[in-house]
Design a protein around this ligand. Structure first.
Ligand code: FES
Ligand SMILES: [Fe+2]
Length: 405
């Protein structure tokens, strides 16, 4: 385990607690145009160039334990996807689109099968996507089955998480994760189990929801008796990481540190002595606590609507029901989540009124600005309407760069 990261985080927390202004040279963050949260043209650019070209969490290996287990994944707007475990135990992803006339090969949400048989005219595909059977094949003149397999997309797994990416030229998942691949390896033991699921459609832009999880400036106001009582928002460090990723560590009160086990799970002083949450670009936020990590996903549905979905994962608890302390922790998380989402639809209404034209962010909120910069880098700044572009200012403050505080 890399203890250098612990030293870096604790030094940064001391710095943040003691400072009375942002580090020298930290810029005034330009206003974020409100249209980035409301306009259809900008939303379409995000879907095409961000979501359909990024690694997104599509499910858990737990959901597909055996060869022939499949599930549909339809959260990625415009992309009907099918995940299936192969006879070689590999999980693969394909478009759920039959190569005959485009019907969905499977219609059920999930299930188990011996072969993927299209429910329209029974063209059949093996779990590796090969077209193996065509009824009345002799009537398709010149059909070459080898050329009409299911269309694959990139699919890679990390410690039980299944990610897909529609960009065939994307960097490997681990390369995209960067430092987070190692940091999550300390907290996701092999054999981690899924213990929580929550999903809700919200009438707000996906970024409006994600923003609420990328800063702790709000905790004393919005969470005065929950998170606010436990954390010191003035001792919070925001690691801006390459590829749009980021990490937030917030100092825990001494009483909370004393309460946490000195060894065992989660491993690493960073997790034991601070409240850690990372964002894996573009829209996966993961806050950690003793006994569980919550994988919060923000799925765009329209400029003014998203789905917020949460998976909880933690160490295997063996036989029987989830231990009571894990149930209590999940209920506590529910309460915090309710506080976080309570503002979102009203914020969206403000943005859509046109009266509120843009938002102003402070130094503590810089992870939000970092996400906006990465959106423009992914879309290609020249494609973003000039009045909606954000200026690129934070690269000198990426973790390890000279300007970082
Ligand atoms: S569309 Fe699938 S078999 Fe015809
Ligand atoms: Fe919050």
């Amino acid at each position: 385990m890399d203890t250098a990261i612990d030293d870096r985080i604790f030094e940064a927390l001391r710095y943040e607690r003691d400072r009375d202004h942002p580090p020298p040279g930290f810029p005034a963050l330009p206003e974020i145009p409100g249209g980035r949260y409301t306009r259809r043209d900008f939303f379409d650019l995000e879907i095409a160039h961000v979501f359909r070209r990024s690694w997104v969490l599509a499910g858990l290996e737990d959901e597909l334990p055996n060869p022939g287990d499949y599930k549909r994944f339809g959260k990625l707007l415009g992309s009907p996807i099918l995940l299936v475990r192969g006879r070689d135990n590999e999980v693969r992803a394909f478009y759920n689109t039959c190569r005959h006339r485009g019907a969905p090969v499977v219609r059920g949400e999930s299930g188990h099968c011996n072969i993927l048989r299209c429910q329209y005219h029974s063209w059949s595909y093996d779990f590796d996507g090969r077209l193996v059977q065509v009824p009345d094949e002799h009537d398709f003149v010149g059909l070459r089955k080898a050329e009409r397999g299911l269309i694959p997309l990139r699919c890679e797994t990390y410690r039980g998480l299944i990610f897909v990416n529609e960009d065939p030229n994307a960097v490997p998942l681990l390369e995209h994760m960067g430092a987070l691949a190692e940091e999550w390896s300390w907290t996701l033991p092999k054999g981690s189990r899924f213990d929580y699921h929550w999903s809700r459609v919200m009438n707000c832009n996906w970024k409006c929801a994600l923003d609420a999880f990328q800063e702790v400036y709000h905790i004393n106001t919005l969470h005065p008796v929950t998170v606010g009582a436990m954390l010191d928002h003035s001792a919070a460090t925001m690691g801006l990481l390459p590829n749009g990723n980021s990490r937030m560590c917030v100092r825990l009160s001494q009483a909370d540190i004393d309460h946490r086990p000195a060894s065992g799970w989660p491993k690493g002083e960073m997790y034991r002595r601070s409240s850690v949450a990372q964002t894996l670009w573009p829209a996966l936020n993961v806050p950690w606590s003793i006994g569980s990590g919550k994988f919060i996903l923000f799925w765009p549905r329209s400029p003014g609507q998203c789905e917020v979905e949460v998976y909880g994962l933690g160490p295997d608890w063996g036989e029987g029901p989830l231990p009571p302390e894990r149930v209590t922790a999940n209920e506590r998380f529910d309460g915090i989540l309710e506080e976080d989402v309570s503002n979102l639809e009203a914020i969206q209404a403000s943005l859509e009124s046109g009266a509120f034209t843009g938002m102003i962010l402070n130094y503590q909120e810089r992870r939000i600005y970092w996400s906006h910069e990465e959106i423009d880098r992914s879309i290609g700044p020249q494609r973003v309407p000039p009045e909606l572009r954000v200026k690129q200012v934070l690269s000198p403050f990426v973790e390890g760069a000279p300007g970082e505080g």
